[in-house]
Design a protein around this ligand. Structure first.
Ligand SMILES: Nc1ncnc2c1ncn2[C@@H]1O[C@H](COP(=O)(O)OP(=O)(O)O)[C@@H](O)[C@H]1O
Ligand SMILES: [Mg+2]
Length: 589
């Protein structure tokens, strides 16, 4: 594994090895029918790295071999953190201001103390005012999470074993789950190397069109992680519900079976229009994926951890049905034998029944029960095992159905909300000018999402670009949303930090040290806060610091250009840049 390449599986048809480079990775496909978790486990087991996974839902089919660890949580109560919690609770970013949050966090060491500050501050502020609204939103949120934080036992250290380490979060509310995942991600970035973090239920924790603490940190994790061998693995049934900014940073896309029409089309779009038929995506068998690995596209059968190499290859070449491997995984005590024919197995067959578990990342020691059972497969224990297996399959089926219902409901809600917002906020004028009706349909919105996604993909892989003609009205909607989001990001920045931004804008590019002395007028050691201010500007896409040159450059203009390419003309983009620059200026009152 000298160049970081690991075996994913075998090319369907030829049976040739398919290798992948370890990087941020997304795996999608229908629950139970695609084999996402098995794929992630295979990659992790062969990467030799440590991984952290979170069990977010009861009945969720987990990994084959893992080490359970206590949920990690490092409570913070500083204003930046609290600001990002507030941001996560607001569906639309509001124009909230730093001083109010700073007041709420003053002297606080815990979120409970922040909550207490707020109830005092609320009593002072007048009814219906902006600070009161912000305090109310924050208070509502804290009322949910603070009692939960106090209820659970957390670890302040992360003791990871090789292989997969799972935190069981099933008893926690989604809000607290998100805080725990984020806290873990922060710790991994600041303290650890070569650790994979798996985001489960990505539509929930890394959603498109809404903020969560995890999502607000994902960008930082992704950016900083790759350099130090920390990667994000995203596990999601579908692509639609997941944050596109995070997805676009993944070099590896492993896409399995889909059924829902829009999702099938999305997969086809990613793979290159018309290269594969909808039927091909719908009919992908278990363990089979279309994988975009860096610049390569492969149809692959994933070799699960613990399955003999040659046996896996025979599935890819069509000689062994995948169901045999599934049986083998579920019951490793029996070797798979197709009727009437012996499969020549390349690897020696498991010498002892427990060897399968031992092969998976050396985690045999946490599975002593299997070993005992294997030694004495008495009738009754075998029967119990079978019943248990049956029960867990039923549970899984129920979960699958429930998931599908939840997914459909979410889609419906999301689309309805989008339609309402788009029509109200941006399309109104166009509609009234035209006089004629013709609202935006769900299909139109999917088109925007696809077009946007395509543009994003095209950014990484220019060869696969196909231009999509998005109607003027939709382009407007996208532009306005972008401008609103950017403006909101700028507005939340502290005054002094904006002064920094304005200096960089004026200079175009400036040495970092020089920038510091220009604004703060002193030489000598640069304080930590200055770096965090720069980081905030970078996060808002206003500037970028280059280690190579040691300079901080103004990047907002090129960011606007890149983001709005295809959605607006030059003049419009110039206007957008000027408008956003004006947002940085101090406001009166
Ligand atoms: N590549 C594969 N070959 C054989 N069986 C597989 C493969 N991937 C998954 N399975 C089996 O299919 C079932 C569902 O797999 P899982 O990885 O939990 O799916 P998902 O995470 O997509 O819901 C499990 O019983 C698993 O053992
Ligand atoms: Mg799974």
């Amino acid at each position: 594994m000298s160049d970081n390449r690991i075996l994913l599986g075998f090319e369907v048809g030829t049976g040739k090895e398919v290798q992948m480079r370890l990087h941020h990775t997304v795996v999608t496909g229908m629950t139970q029918l695609s084999g996402k978790t098995t794929t992630l486990e295979a990659i992790i087991s062969r990467s030799g790295k440590r991984a952290i996974a979170f069990k977010a839902k009861r009945g969720e089919e987990g990994f084959n071999a893992y080490n359970e660890i206590l949920p990690f949580f490092n409570e913070r109560a500083d204003w930046q953190y609290v600001a990002s919690l507030l941001e996560a609770t607001l569906r639309e970013k509001l124009k909230f201001e730093r001083p109010w949050i700073m007041r709420a966090t003053k002297g606080a060491k815990t979120l409970r103390e922040v909550m207490e500050n707020i109830s005092m501050l609320k009593a002072e502020s007048s009814g219906g005012s902006l600070p009161e609204n912000i305090y109310t939103a924050l208070e509502e949120y804290l009322k949910i999470v603070v009692p939960q934080i106090e209820k659970f036992q957390f670890s302040k250290t992360l003791e990871l074993k090789d292989g997969i380490n799972v935190m069981d979060l099933t008893e926690m509310s989604v809000e607290l789950q998100s805080l725990v995942i984020r806290s873990t991600m922060e710790h991994v970035i600041s303290e650890l190397r070569d650790v994979i973090v798996i985001i489960p239920e990505a539509w929930e924790h890394l959603p498109q069109g809404r903020n969560t603490p995890v999502k607000l940190y994902a960008e930082t994790f992704i950016r900083k992680g790759a350099a130090i061998g920390n990667f994000l693995f995203i596990d999601s049934q579908d692509i639609a519900g997941v944050d596109k900014t995070s997805l676009r940073q993944c070099n590896n896309w492993i896409l399995g079976r889909q059924r829902e029409a829009h999702e099938v089309e999305r997969v086809r779009e990613i793979l290159g229009r018309n290269r594969f038929s909808a039927e091909e995506i719908r009919a992908l068998p278990l363990g089979h994926f279309y994988a975009v690995l860096g610049n390569e596209l492969k149809k692959v059968y994933v070799l699960p951890a613990g399955v003999p190499y040659k046996l896996g290859r025979r599935v890819a070449t069509g000689e062994v049905p995948v169901g045999k491997i599934k049986d083998y995984l579920e019951n490793p005590l029996e070797e798979p034998k197709p009727k009437g024919r012996q499969i020549p197995v390349g690897d020696p067959p498991p010498k002892a029944p427990s060897s399968l578990k031992e092969r998976i990342g050396g985690l045999g020691d946490i599975l002593p029960i299997d070993r005992d059972k294997a030694r004495d497969p008495s009738q009754s224990s075998r029967r119990i095992e079978e019943l248990e297996a049956k029960l867990s399959r039923r549970e899984a089926e129920v979960t699958t159905l429930r998931d599908e219902v939840a997914l459909l409901r979410r889609e419906l809600e999301k689309n309805a909300a989008k339609v309402a917002r788009l029509e109200a906020a941006t399309v109104q004028s166009v509609l009234s000018a035209k006089g004629a009706g013709g609202g935006i349909s769900v299909d139109d919105i999917n088109l925007i999402v696809d077009a946007r996604m395509h543009q994003i993909l095209q950014f990484d892989r220019p060869t696969q670009f196909i231009s999509i003609d998005v109607s003027k009205r939709l382009r407007e909607a996208i532009k306005e949303k972008f401008v609103r989001d950017m403006a909101a990001r700028i507005r939340v920045l502290p005054r002094e930090t904006l002064v920094l931004a304005m200096v960089v804008r004026e200079k175009g590019e400036v040495k970092r040290g020089e920038l510091y002395s220009l604004v703060y007028g002193s030489a000598g050691r640069i304080p930590e806060e200055f770096y965090s201010e720069l980081q905030m500007l970078e996060d808002a896409h206003l500037v970028a610091y280059s280690k190579a040159t040691g300079k901080v450059a103004w990047t907002m203009d090129s960011y606007v250009d890149a983001e709005l390419k295809g959605f607006s003309d030059d003049d419009t983009r110039t206007q957008v840049k000027e408008y956003l620059a004006s947002v940085m200026l101090p406001t009166t009152g």
